[in-house]
Design a protein around this ligand. Structure first.
Ligand SMILES: C[S@@+](CC[C@H](N)C(=O)[O-])C[C@H]1O[C@@H](n2cnc3c(N)ncnc32)[C@H](O)[C@@H]1O
Length: 394
């Protein structure tokens, strides 16, 4: 008897997973409609232990990574792929399969032929996306001249890596779902990094995506002209200035009119709103934004609706609630403008306290009237108006 298309795809994934000799990695992420998952994301990969190949299954509880190793036949793969994750990325040595499960429970599958290398090292810290001795990491100052990550830059290095770990599967699923065009050298993806600073993420996104045969052009925007000059000079030195460029501009006034993907890592305070506002107004298809410090809503939290003073009478808790309100309202504005939005923790809190990422894919879906109401009620309840609302004329 023929199965449902989704079940057929699960079985195809199981068959690929059942060959640990050629399995490279699996990432489960996102949540299917009306389903709850125990973890934000699960990573699985084969590792070599003394008694043979095992499957390492990892997830983060926000503070630290938990890993468990299973004999291949015992790994709970079949159960996990059916447990509510919306995206499955399965890489093997000859290619990859990415599955996105739609709201209606239909599978959108993208298969690619590519050569992927297995890394069976047990110690996860050795399985890096960015080789510290890569000349670009030395040029931008993350690594020293011996190709070792500078101690003062190790948190930034990890933030950038984890950002990329999320960017790539998000991008692949958005391409396979048709939310973003399939890039070619003639028609590459454009990525803008808003508030790029020393451009660690900007260069890393350019170099890593190109190394994965994803044609991209990348633009970094930062208000500081010294940053622009330094970054353009490094791009020249690396011989990549035809596909990466930097501009010294305010995000809100940038001359850049469009990009497929907007990224921002810790753009200060309302510069994050400028970045999201730019993404919405320029119709970016994908936005990955890790906010920085928040002051805008906190400064407006003067009339506290009871019984919330239970929280706000403690300074640190008021601050955290202000952060949550700010990001929740930013996300709701994006939702109301046709984005599917999630908040995810992109790195453990020990590497940065600013470890939340807003991930948004433009689907164009019209929001329910109830979502408009919830947004209005939240503003009325707290007597606040988010900076982003003004930027997008809400
Ligand atoms: C905390 S740094 C982060 C830099 C970089 N994204 C990173 O993670 O290393 C914030 C950067 O945003 C830039 N910035 C702040 N407000 C801005 C604005 N309105 N327009 C453009 N850049 C801005 C600052 O100059 C600074 O370089």
């Amino acid at each position: 008897m023929s199965q449902s298309p989704l079940e057929d795809t699960f079985l195809e994934c199981e068959a690929l997973f059942a060959k640990p000799d050629s399995l490279v990695r699996v990432v489960l992420s996102g949540r299917r409609r009306n389903m709850q998952t125990e973890h934000e994301r699960i990573d699985m990969r084969p590792i070599a232990l003394k008694d043979g190949l095992h499957i390492q299954v990892s997830h983060s509880d926000g503070r630290q990574m938990t890993t468990k190793n299973y004999k291949p036949a015992d790994a709970p793969f079949a159960q996990l792929i059916r447990s509510g994750y919306a995206n499955v990325l399965l890489e093997h040595t000859d290619g990859s399969l990415s599955l996105r499960i739609t709201k209606k429970g239909e599978p959108l599958v993208h298969r690619e032929i590519s050569q992927n290398e297995q890394d069976l090292a047990h110690d996860r810290s050795k399985s890096r996306l960015l080789d510290p001795s890569d000349p670009f990491l030395i040029a931008i100052g993350i690594s020293d001249s011996d190709g070792k990550v500078k101690p003062s830059k190790s948190d930034k290095y990890l933030q950038v890596e984890e950002f990329l770990r999320l960017l790539v599967p998000t991008l692949t699923s958005a391409i396979s779902a048709g939310h973003i065009h399939k890039p070619t050298e003639a028609n590459p993806l454009t990525i803008v990094d808003l508030g790029c600073g020393h451009a660690y993420l900007t260069f890393a996104a350019h170099q890593y995506l190109r190394s994965q045969s994803i044609p991209v052009t990348v633009i970094g925007i930062d208000v500081r002209s010294a940053a622009r000059d330094r970054n353009n000079e490094i791009a020249q030195q690396l011989g990549i200035s035809t596909t990466i460029e930097f501009r010294a501009e305010e995000i809100a006034d940038t001359t850049l009119k469009s990009a497929d993907i907007a990224i921002a890592l810790h753009a200060c305070d309302t510069a994050t709103d400028d970045a999201i506002g730019w993404a919405i107004n320029s119709d970016a298809r994908l936005a990955l934004i890790a906010p920085c410090c928040h002051h805008d809503i906190q400064a407006q939290m003067n009339e506290i609706p009871e019984p919330w003073s239970l929280i706000t009478r403690n300074g640190i808790m008021k601050e955290r609630l202000g952060d949550l309100l700010t990001d929740a309202l930013r996300m709701q504005i994006m939702k109301l403008r046709g984005y599917r939005v999630e908040a995810i923790e992109f790195i453990g809190g020990e590497h940065t306290p600013r470890n939340l990422m807003i991930r948004a894919v433009k689907t164009g879906a019209a929001p329910d009237a109830s979502e408009e109401r919830k947004y209005d009620e939240m503003l009325n309840l707290w007597k606040v108006k988010p900076a982003l609302a003004t930027l997008v004329n809400r």
